[in-house]
Design a protein. Structure first.
Length: 763
């Protein structure tokens, strides 16, 4: 999300009687002295005042300044066109509940059925308050004996500017979005246990289209890699084109591209499929290496092969360049003549699906793009290279005929590029996009169940108030009430006739919500910096895996990237382990196991990582990740993994954890946030209200976790000297014939835990 600025601190709700009345011995007497009292409903018409304080920082207990979420607005002034004094976004969908608990001075400790509900709609508009005038008064009916108030609301959604829309951003990206803002079974429910707030899936009902694009792209790659000279494709090779007169009895009738790299007879490995007693010829080696690189995906070791649109184009460009080199070469044997002709067939098949500048001299192919979607669908339907081992060829692509594959899935579905990656089934001889996966290892234990539907928009800015009452038998005007959080929480700022921890009686003329209203969501502040001037990649380990004879770092040493202000660009933040649904107190609902990633790519001016110093901060709204089951089982609160989505603008390719990341390619680095890390200072808990979750007596459980509602968690991610060795989401390295955790993290709890640098990835 875009850089978030200062937000006025929210104070409290106040209720003031419209007409003053004296103490009465009965409801009937109250009805006589107070014409606004209704004996049938036992309610008094009252003024409801919503107070928002700006320009203040609350103080907790020991006078330690506590930067909380209230210090920050949801979007930049550029997004709202607001001045600094008008940054408050307003509150809508406001709901106030009242109830009478058995004794005074309590907030709700557990969900219950409330007695009265007030739907206040848009209680205060954006820009309607400033530092000196921060209240809005409306009239409503307040039941007698009320001693507890519960408040919900959300910030008014903003809109994306024309420039932001051009960037592919929506208002949901900029301001977050909730699929459900359901208060006590809206529209008129009173049962708080029915309250739930749900993150919104980014795929938004387009799963079928998404899957069809994946199915077609995988099908295209399958046909290309299954190019062959068998069956209907079996041909004689004309002498005038290839120097050698090659007839059908001089190469296998079932020859396929795969035979060069993985012959069915293991004993034939490394031998020419045309001259079986001879080792692979140079042109055959190029085809064998290209096939092997394309189809060897180490899924069991965690390799994620990039399957987003531009990664496919990069892969095809490299593959086509190898094929073109063989296609334009002069063969020096009959076996190479066969390899050259197979390269011609591969070239022709690639041209059915892609376009590009293909030099006839055998040089590198450039400017590769997709053919029109209609042409791709048509060619795939008639392509006879679909292997029988792959089963029935997919059909039914009319649904996606208007989709642009180069944009897939980032701009077309507002998803992370890591949402699309594929594997190769060597038995079926086909490519398949992964349906249940763990994008860049961010998901944690539940990753196996994650799908494209597990990517969520960030949460929205929501408000939560849960409080006992402060009351007076005197009438006070709205202008009296303290205008700041610090004043509201300071008993000395209230006249002596105000009583804390009380209830509404017939003599009551003024009522205030005793505790402040706070945010129901939590906030992640992300900054990024380099931990070294030169970063090492994973070249040596990759090459040693291919060539075990490389015994030390002097053989194929790691490449180095000297960083500058444009080397890498932050384009997205993925936060794992987020519950889709939270309940009445904004903690995860124990019976709901829906987990996923919050993906934030409205990065704005946080995208630049300077050569020295840290980037501008990026802010992402999230749900509290309190784990009640872990508490019940005596276990610690969950670790959270955060993936930084980065672009390689270093001007050079480098090796990540499993393969190569091309210049201009997208990759992911992972940081671990552990609330149990040794050396962390303790959380500074609020003294003027209890933070959920609650104990039975209403006190806070005071269990530290990575994300806590109304708190900002700060993570300073450090790209260290060896971080690139752990970069995820790669493409096959087709340049030659011949990707764990990658960040150190300084996590800081505002008002609490403060992490030092943490080196991740076992190094």
């Amino acid at each position: 999300m875009k850089k978030i600025k200062q937000l006025a601190l929210m104070s409290a709700i106040a209720l003031t009687g419209v007409v003053g009345f004296t103490s009465c011995s009965s409801n009937e007497e109250a009805a006589i002295t107070n014409p606004n009292y209704n004996p049938e409903t036992n309610e008094v018409i009252a003024k409801f005042m919503f107070n928002v304080s700006s320009g203040n920082t609350p103080t907790y207990g020991d006078a330690q300044s506590a930067p909380r979420m209230e210090d920050i607005t949801r979007q930049s002034s550029a997004a709202t066109q607001a001045t600094e004094d008008e940054r408050f976004r307003g509150i809508e969908k406001a709901v106030l509940f009242t109830t009478h608990q058995g004794s005074d001075g309590k907030h709700l400790a557990a969900a219950t059925t409330m007695e009265k509900r007030f739907d206040l709609s848009r209680i205060i508009s954006a820009g309607a308050i400033d530092k000196t005038k921060s209240s809005r008064v409306i009239e409503t009916s307040l039941p007698l004996n009320t001693n507890t108030l519960l408040f919900y609301g959300k910030a008014i959604e903003g809109s994306a500017s024309a420039a932001e829309v051009e960037e592919g951003l929506t208002s949901y990206d900029l301001f977050g979005h909730l699929e459900e803002f359901n208060v006590a079974g809206d529209p008129d429910g009173l049962d708080i246990s029915a309250t739930n707030f749900e993150l919104s899936p980014r795929i938004n009902g387009n799963v079928t289209k998404f899957r069809k694009i994946e199915e077609l792209l995988a099908g295209v790659l399958t046909c290309i890699m299954n190019t062959n000279l068998s069956g209907d494709n079996h041909v004689n090779l004309p002498a005038e084109r290839y120097t050698f007169d090659v007839s059908t009895d001089e190469y296998p009738a079932t020859l396929t591209w795969r035979d060069y790299a993985f012959p069915e007879d293991a004993a034939a490995s490394g031998k020419s499929p045309v001259e079986t007693s001879h080792v692979l010829y140079p042109l055959e080696i190029k085809l064998a290496d290209a096939y092997r690189e394309m189809t060897t995906i180490k899924q069991a070791e965690g390799e994620l092969r990039a399957g987003y649109g531009t990664a496919i184009l990069e892969t095809i460009q490299d593959l086509w360049s190898v094929v073109n080199e063989v296609r334009c070469a002069t063969p020096f044997s009959k076996a190479e003549a066969v390899a050259k002709y197979l390269a011609v067939r591969i070239h022709e098949r690639i041209k059915e699906y892609f376009n590009g500048e293909v030099p006839s001299t055998g040089q590198q192919v450039t400017e590769v793009g997709f053919e029109s979607t209609t042409n791709i669908i048509g060619h795939f339907a008639s392509d006879n290279a679909w292997p029988a081992s792959a089963g029935t060829k997919p059909t039914g692509f009319d649904l996606i005929k208007d989709q642009l594959f180069a944009d897939f899935p980032h701009y077309s579905f507002h998803l992370a590029s890591g949402a699309a990656h594929y594997l190769f089934d060597s038995d079926k001889k086909k490519f398949e996009y992964v349906q249940n996966y763990n994008t860049s290892a961010v998901g944690g234990d539940a990753a196996a169940a994650f799908t494209v539907e597990s990517y969520f928009y960030p949460a929205e800015l929501v408000y939560f108030g849960n409080s006992a009452l402060r009351a007076s038998n005197s009438e006070y005007k709205a202008s009296f009430y303290p205008q700041t959080v610090s004043a509201w929480d300071d008993d000395s700022q209230w006249p002596a006739d105000w009583v804390k921890n009380t209830h509404v009686t017939a003599a009551t003329q003024s009522v205030a919500m005793q505790n402040d209203i706070n945010y129901g969501t939590s906030l992640l502040k992300t900054t990024v910096k380099y931990g070294a001037a030169k970063l090492k990649d994973n070249n040596h380990a990759i090459q040693k895996d291919k060539y075990p004879e490389l015994v030390d770092d002097t053989n194929e040493p790691d490449n180095e990237i000297t960083v500058n202000g444009t080397s890498f660009q932050l384009i997205g933040v993925l936060v794992g382990g987020q519950s889709k649904k939270v309940g009445w107190d904004f903690t995860p609902i124990a019976t709901d196991n829906s987990m996923g990633y919050v993906y934030d790519y409205a990065i704005g001016n946080a995208s630049s990582i300077p050569a020295t110093g840290e980037s501008n901060p990026n802010y992402t709204l999230l749900f509290d990740n309190y784990n009640a089951k872990a508490v019940a089982d005596g276990k610690q609160q969950d670790k959270v993994y955060v993936a930084l989505e980065l672009v390689n603008n270093s001007g050079q390719d480098f090796y990540g954890l499993h393969n190569i990341i091309r210049n201009g390619g997208i990759f992911y680095l992972i940081g671990e946030l552990d609330p149990e890390k040794s050396g962390l200072n303790t959380i500074t808990w609020p003294t003027h209200h209890a933070l959920p979750p609650y104990n039975a007596d209403g006190t806070s459980k005071k269990i530290a976790r990575v994300f806590m509602q109304d708190y900002m968690t700060s993570a300073n991610f450090v790209i260290g000297e060896n971080s690139l060795k752990h970069a995820y989401l790669t493409v096959p390295d087709l340049r030659y014939s011949s990707l764990t955790l990658g960040l150190s993290v300084d996590l800081h709890w505002s008002t609490g835990l403060n992490f030092g640098d943490v080196i991740l990835g076992g190094n």
